[in-house]
Ligand binder design. Structure first.
Ligand code: UDP
Length: 329
């Protein structure tokens, strides 16, 4: 059995819009539910848009009654670590109370399958690398804590009330749809690849390079960049697993390979054919030295392998998208 009709909460955003496209490609029906606070109406191209907030029970209920989805995918989250420290109430309200509300209404309406966007930020500073799912969860930011709390709520509801859920713990979501039909459009943008591309084309001056004195192979932080379209595919596999009776899966999604900031900048220079001007800045608060996933469990449980997550494909897809949206020659 497959998840045929899926309510995609946050489907107008970066990862959610790629999930909507992947669902449509697979012959499923994505119904986007989004409050358009950070998402874009023109990223909703593969199914209807219901404008609403996950914290609004009646809006969620109306959407579920109208469309009767088999499953809900959840992407409607606040995601900026720095902002989460300054605005904890906003983060707990959206990322914790919002999930609570969404799941409560789902259960009341008889929808019991939920694919949740989680994050490697729930682990905090890793004890050992690569990170396995059973490592201690000690988030160091409000953002990470909000996602961990939401996972804990899902665990409780699963145990007590039979919710079937998958928590997909992304490492660094990156890249854009290979047809450049959707991509990353955050404002303000804080992520490395779009910032490096922006700097390469002279948008907003040199990039700030946060710390070149880390104990890594070249002094810069190491991350596990995973293509957003590979993430989207994993969501569909996860939803189908729930349809087949899986009760609970908590999985890392990454490639298993770390890339340093300098390696990413090199890939941006190759893709764009331009230099990335940057200035060395102090270390950014909250940045771990190195993070990369042990992907054994997600490969085994979902039968999932990243297909387009080599760093050059990630960067060239992002470049093609930004080139189109920013109108670069
Ligand atoms: N980074 C940087 N300059 C930027 C944005 C990011 O040097 O303008 C670095 C950041 O310090 C981290 C890595 O790039 O080591 C990835 O950061 P990003 O914000 O993309 O993702 P995060 O790992 O924080 O989720």
């Amino acid at each position: 059995m497959k998840a045929q009709r899926v309510l995609v909460a946050g489907g107008a955003g970066y990862i959610g819009s790629h999930a909507a496209k992947a669902l449509h490609r697979e012959g499923r029906e994505p119904i986007v539910f989004d409050n358009l606070s950070t998402g874009h109406a023109d990223s909703v191209k593969w199914g209807p848009l219901v404008e609403g907030d996950i914290r609004d029970a009646e809006a969620v209920r109306a959407a579920i009654r109208e469309y009767k989805p088999d499953a809900v995918m959840h992407f409607a989250a606040k995601i900026e670590v720095g902002e989460s420290e300054a605005k904890p109430l906003m983060y707990y309200d959206n990322n914790v109370a919002g999930v609570l509300n969404l799941v409560r209404v789902m259960m009341e309406e008889g929808v019991d399958k939920f694919v949740f966007s989680s994050t490697c930020a729930i682990y905090g500073d890793p004890e050992k690398l690569p990170l396995t799912e059973d490592q201690p969860k000690r988030p160091v930011s409000v953002y990470g804590r909000s996602k961990l709390m939401a996972e804990q709520i899902l665990e409780s509801v699963s145990k007590a009330n039979g919710l079937k859920f998958t928590a997909l713990r992304y490492f660094n979501a990156a890249g854009a749809d290979l047809d450049a039909e959707t991509g990353e459009r955050h404002d303000p943008e804080t992520h490395l690849i779009p910032n490096a591309i922006g700097a390469a084309i002279g948008r907003g001056g040199p990039m700030k390079f946060f710390g070149d004195d880390y104990p890594t192979r070249d002094g810069s932080c190491e991350r596990d960049y995973i293509h957003v379209s590979d993430l989207a595919d994993a969501h569909i596999l996860a939803a189908d697993k729930l349809m087949q009776g899986e009760q609970k899966l908590q999985l890392n999604l990454g490639t298993g390979q770390g890339r340093t900031v300098l390696e990413v900048l090199k890939a941006v220079e190759t893709a764009t054919g331009r230099k990335v001007p940057y200035e060395i800045a102090p270390r950014r608060a909250g940045d771990a030295i190195a993070l990369y996933a042990d992907t054994t469990l997600s490969r085994e449980k979902l039968g999932w392998t990243p297909k387009v997550s080599d760093i050059d494909t990630i960067v060239s897809s992002a470049w093609a998208f930004h080139r189109k949206t920013w109108g670069v020659e």
